[in-house]
Write a protein that binds this ligand. Structure first.
Ligand SMILES: Cc1ncc(COP(=O)(O)O)c(C=O)c1O
Length: 375
């Protein structure tokens, strides 16, 4: 079976550097809060034009920490897309707030600004919840429509989070999501475009006050020192080993994003017209966490490709508002028609910076064979 995401090729490229970085950590022994953590935080902030980074334990904590810092809680509505990974919505009930689902756009799969406006209006009309936060997800690698989202959030008095777990490094008109968002979050889960060798995450902010509050929440609500607890917090840190790995991976990340875009363009040219290939927002640069196509029989295509030794994945066969854990939460006025529709057809092909043309031709040829045989 071909790899779906080829971490081994990336490892081969920088093995010497990573091994040396890990040896340095083993030599100094500061496994928690070592110098690599602070160095990585500064480098990550510089990469995406943010003032501050708080490195933390995973991309889910990264979303929860700004909510905690802003005092979001009971009676507050957090708007998020229905077509995303569970972590995006999960953090709302964590802080006792309510996720309100918003539909996505049929071409980019990112949160639909018109659906967000309708959802906010509906919640205000009902009068039970206070609209507080919108979480936009940069799904599959590409930026959401931040100029419109930021305008809506400013007008409605909402905080805006960019959940860039799948898309850290993406840009819109040359700007990173941080240009518009109050906080940007990411995940360093190994399969993400910028991943480590375990779990990790980060929250980026331009606010010194938010950074201070989040740092406190991430260390058990610490005040002036570790044994002065002024908040009910949590334990959410990025290990020094992971920071050391990420410093080496960040050094080649811009190059990998370029490579991923070359691979995506080749897919676009190679795949048959019978499949719908992805569309990136005008002015956007995707980091291509996934290369997701639409086809009428995705499960049959998956079986056909598997026969040819090609793995696939289905992100997402069931949107969140249909999941048993989330069914009771409100959906925005206007419904979830697009999310309900696209989930039936989406299927993702192998995608990574080290996918060569011959391998892609094999994959595209197999898709063509499936379509020629009538799908
Ligand atoms: C959109 C999105 N948000 C948040 C997360 C959570 O990241 P983590 O798995 O590091 O907690 C993920 C991870 O899969 C994700 O895809």
């Amino acid at each position: 079976m071909l790899p779906f995401i080829d971490l081994a090729s990336q490892r081969a490229r920088i093995a010497g550097k990573i091994d040396a970085a890990l040896a340095r950590v083993l030599a100094h022994g500061q496994y928690i809060n070592g110098p690599e953590v602070r160095a990585f935080e500064s480098q990550l902030a510089a990469f995406c034009g943010a003032t501050h980074t708080l490195a933390n334990a995973n991309g889910t904590d990264a979303l929860a920490l700004p909510l905690m810092a802003w005092g979001v809680g009971r009676g507050d509505a957090i708007f998020c897309p229905a077509f995303t990974f569970a972590a995006t919505a999960e953090v709302a009930p964590w802080v006792d707030a309510t996720p309100v689902f918003v539909d996505v756009l049929p071409d980019t799969y990112n949160i639909d600004p018109a659906s967000l406006e309708a959802a906010i209006a509906g919640i205000k009309r009902e009068g039970k919840l206070r609209p507080k936060v919108a979480i936009a997800v940069d799904l599959f690698g590409q930026p959401a429509d931040y100029p419109r989202l930021a305008e809506i959030c400013r007008r409605e008095g909402l905080k805006l989070i960019a959940d860039s777990a799948q898309a850290f490094g993406c840009t819109l008109d040359g700007e990173h999501p941080m240009h518009w968002a109050d906080a940007t979050t990411t995940s360093f889960f190994p399969a993400k475009p910028l991943g480590c060798y375990g779990d990790g995450g980060a929250t980026l902010t331009n606010s010194e006050a938010d950074l201070a509050a989040m740092r406190s929440f991430a260390v058990h609500g610490a005040g002036s020192d570790k044994y002065d607890n002024i908040r009910i917090g949590m334990n959410s840190r990025l290990d020094t080993m992971q920071a050391a790995i990420l410093i080496e991976k960040l050094a080649i990340f811009a190059d990998e994003i370029r490579e991923r875009n070359i691979v995506a363009e080749r897919y676009r040219q190679m795949l048959p017209n019978a499949v719908k290939t992805p569309k990136v927002i005008a002015g956007g640069v995707s980091t291509w966490a996934q290369y997701t196509i639409e086809i009428e029989n995705p499960d049959n295509l998956a079986a056909h490709l598997r026969n040819d030794g090609i793995p696939t994945a289905r992100y997402y066969p069931k949107p969140l508002h249909q999941q048993s854990a989330y069914r009771a939460f409100p959906v925005g006025a206007g419904g979830m028609n697009v999310s309900d529709d696209i989930c039936k057809r989406v299927i993702s092909l192998p995608m990574h910076a080290y996918l060569d043309e011959a391998t892609q031709e094999k994959i595209a040829g197999s898709v063509r064979g499936f379509c020629d045989a009538g799908g």
